[in-house]
Design a protein around this ligand. Structure first.
Ligand code: UDP
Length: 368
């Protein structure tokens, strides 16, 4: 793990940055998951600090107060839906290929390119480009092809591999080359709610790796109402859950923008995180804490690094529905003020901005 140095006092002129977005869907749709929020938050804090940030993204993307270059083309298949030995997949008219063709053409207008795609092509192209590329790796190890190409870039260009957490880095053989960035939020967008209603909530992409069915089984057993929010990424999976638990007290509210989403989350007694995979971070965990909502999560991946046992929630044996049920029974022991305080002290946008600026400095110094 590359240890971030303390904040350098060397003045550096604000840089010109080109952010190249995830190719799995337009920004603002939720198809890209937490990396959409991470890109938005990094763009916001760096723009506030005087950097010039331009964003290349699939057509249809929205991002507040940002210059977006919209690119046409067919979106990529998300890596988490593929087998470990899967070959690299590229559709005809690939938006990923077009975003990087655009990047190649304009690269010399920028000091640094930041890649947010968990995909093979940007890593492969890195040594062919004149402008350095920082890679925000948003998931743990999923396929052999991705592991191999990220390892090659990590070996050639030290410090360019940014990750969220140590747990995520540990899924890769090159974990000691990864640069930990954590995450952060514009906390002013999340209102603290002291008196929640009777509900629990579950928040995220509706896809098998998130194991929503475990949360539904737990609320069926405890007869606690559950609000479900997020993009339906796998329709057959969602229909199966509804068939398997026809009487569960669940309500699906769709994918909501942050303003409405945080209102719902704040009114809930706890957020349930039931991921079957190693969650790289779990932006929804810190979003819930920012609203004062405790988190019940399996002791696995990023959420296990964030949740403070007994203080901001409960960590449960992975894949144990009975563990979830016990934790739901103990949720009122958690002080909601302490949850908000943890978000403020550890996950501010300003702290994220400091870490990202330091990361960029290390990359650019290494290139000199
Ligand atoms: N999200 C949202 N509205 C919703 C449900 C989810 O904006 O109704 C966002 C949420 O803010 C978070 C993302 O979806 O940023 C999910 O990201 P997370 O890091 O938790 O998981 P990922 O999808 O990346 O695996």
């Amino acid at each position: 793990m590359v240890e971030p140095r303390s904040r350098s006092t060397t003045p550096t002129a604000p840089l010109k940055l080109l952010f190249v977005s995830t190719p799995v869907g337009p920004l603002g749709t939720g198809i890209g998951g937490g990396v959409e929020l991470t890109l938005q938050n990094m763009a916001q804090i760096l723009t506030e600090r005087g950097y010039q940030v331009h964003v290349v993204a699939p057509r249809g993307s929205t991002l507040p107060n940002a210059t977006i270059i919209q690119i046409d083309g067919i979106v990529q298949t998300p890596a988490q839906t593929q087998e470990r030995t899967a070959p690299i997949l590229m559709p005809p008219d690939s938006v990923l290929a077009r975003m990087w063709d655009y990047t190649r053409q304009v690269q010399t207008n920028y000091d640094l390119i930041v890649n947010f795609a968990y995909d093979w092509l940007p890593f492969y192209l890195t040594p062919f480009l004149r402008t350095p590329v920082a890679h925000m790796v948003s998931m743990g190890s999923l396929t052999d092809a991705m592991d191999q190409i990220i390892a090659e870039v990590a070996a050639q260009a030290p410090a360019t591999i940014g990750v969220y957490t140590q747990t995520q880095a540990a899924t890769f053989a090159f974990f000691d080359q990864c640069y930990p960035l954590g995450s952060g939020l514009d906390l002013s967008l999340y209102q603290f709610c002291e008196e929640p209603g009777p509900w629990l909530c579950w928040l995220g992409r509706i896809a098998p790796e998130k194991a929503l069915e475990d949360a539904v089984a737990a609320v069926q057993a405890t007869r606690t109402p559950l609000k479900i929010l997020g993009q339906i990424q796998d329709t057959a999976y969602w229909q199966q859950i509804q068939q398997d638990y026809p009487d569960a007290p669940i309500e699906y509210l769709g994918f909501l923008p942050t303003k409405q989403m945080q209102q719902v989350v704040g009114q809930c007694r706890a957020l349930l995180i039931t991921s079957r995979w190693v969650e790289a971070f779990g932006n929804v965990v810190i979003e819930a804490l920012a609203c004062g909502t405790p988190v019940i999560a399996y002791r696995r991946g990023g959420p296990a690094e964030i949740v403070r046992e007994g203080k901001s929630g409960w960590l449960v044996e992975p894949d144990s529905v009975s563990g979830l049920i016990t934790a739901i029974g103990s949720i009122d022991e958690i002080d909601r003020v302490a949850c908000r305080q943890q978000a403020e002290s550890e996950y501010s946008l300003s702290a994220l901005g400091d870490r990202v600026e330091q990361w960029f400095r290390e990359i650019l110094c290494t290139r000199l």
